[in-house]
Design a protein around this ligand. Structure first.
Ligand SMILES: O=C(O)[C@H](O)CO
Length: 372
């Protein structure tokens, strides 16, 4: 039995989901062998999943999205670092109720990457998603040595809004170690930088951007990519249209400029976490996340787990807080069945407040349905 689920956002971490599911299964089958492999898609929870899989946790003081110092972690094992941008620049780093769509910066994510280089990483898996920022990765690039100046030769203000004032970009001071390592962009989405499917239009509103902010950010990011053609050549424009450039407010674009290779985050993480050998040992896989919905099918962790398990001819069931997919759609995505918490407890508020014990009851039910 393999439990490979993501977090239930706002209620349970991926590690807690695995613990609760295991406890519920073992109440029915005390001797059941259960392997727990918490998973993540590159967004928040990615470092925690790597640490649960045996990576060492390293903490660093870096700038948060508003410039204040925060303690952020990356994970390291045998020359491979897992760096999660949300640790430094995620929505979780903003005070409750505060958004800064125009000014939030990814500078701290660049500091985290630098810390991973300092620690000797030869491969960096850069997990992106869950960001508070829409700055095209300008802050991150600045922390790594790039310079972005206005017409008066002064650094542009932090955040995507400030890029409207950009006159010259200088990439010559970028940390030379970046050219010697493998950088993998592990992204939760494949949007381009700008346009109707770009970072500001699709993900700006969840960071507090008004329609006017979205328009301003879209034009500032397009301008950013144009100015970058001077130091970076035509690839600055090509990358803007590439899949993943629009991830995490366009930090994907900045990462591509650094030579990163784009891969869907869940695929990268399943490799990094050692999912394939764990799957070999399992007969049934339990995956899941807080809300199982249309977004799940577009590259989120449970869909990646289900696809990999189905390819290996293993049964997969899902647990979730909320289920918004019909059985046929679940079947097509490779799930035998999904078990929302609301099956065990109809009161949604209780499902959120007492997710752990309710998940244990759901897992008991799975044990009875599939294992007895
Ligand atoms: O951070 C974001 O903008 C979203 O998670 C998409 O990457």
């Amino acid at each position: 039995m393999l439990v490979a689920a993501d977090k239930f956002k706002g209620s349970l971490t991926a590690v807690e989901v695995a613990e609760r599911v295991t406890a519920g299964l073992r109440r029915v089958l005390p001797d059941l062998e259960v392997e727990a492999l918490p998973v993540a898609d590159g967004g928040d929870g990615t470092v925690a999943a790597a640490v649960a899989a045996g990576f060492e946790r390293r903490e660093v003081r870096v700038a948060g999205p508003l410039g204040d110092e925060v303690t952020a972690a990356f994970a390291l094992r045998e020359g491979t670092a897992v760096v999660e941008m949300a640790e430094a620049s995620g929505l979780q780093r903003l005070p409750a109720g505060v958004f800064a769509p125009l000014t939030a910066s990814t500078y701290g994510s660049g500091e985290l990457l630098r810390a991973a280089l300092d620690a000797g990483a030869r491969t960096i898996v850069f997990g992106v998603g869950g960001s508070a920022t829409t700055d095209g990765g300008a802050g991150m690039l600045s922390a790594l040595g790039a310079r972005f100046l206005d017409a008066a030769g002064e650094p542009v203000p932090p955040g995507g809004g400030g890029l409207a004032e950009l006159a010259t970009a200088d990439l010559s001071g970028l940390d030379p170690r970046l050219a010697e390592i493998e950088l993998v962009l592990a992204s939760d989405v494949d949007n381009p930088l700008t346009g109707p499917k770009g970072a500001p239009a699709v993900y700006g509103p969840q960071k507090g951007a008004s329609p006017e902010d979205v328009a301003a950010l879209d034009s500032a990011l397009a301008h950013f990519a144009k100015v970058l053609q001077a130091p970076a050549g035509p690839k600055a424009a090509e990358y803007a249209a590439s899949p993943g450039a629009g991830a995490a407010g366009g930090i994907g674009y900045g990462a591509l400029l650094l030579g990163a290779r784009f891969r869907p985050g869940i695929e990268v993480m399943l490799d990094v976490l050692g999912f394939a050998p764990a799957l070999d040992r399992a007969d049934l896989v339990i995956t899941g996340e807080g809300s199982l919905d249309e977004q799940t099918l577009h590259g989120k962790a449970p869909a990646g787990v289900a696809a990999a398990a189905r390819a290996a001819d293993k049964d997969v069931v899902a647990v979730c807080g909320r289920l918004a997919l019909p059985p046929q759609t679940l079947g097509r995505a490779g799930f035998r069945r999904a078990y929302p918490l609301t099956d065990a407890e109809p009161d949604v508020a209780k499902c959120i407040a007492e997710a752990g014990p309710i998940l244990e009851r759901v897992a008991e039910r799975i044990a009875k349905d599939f294992l007895t």
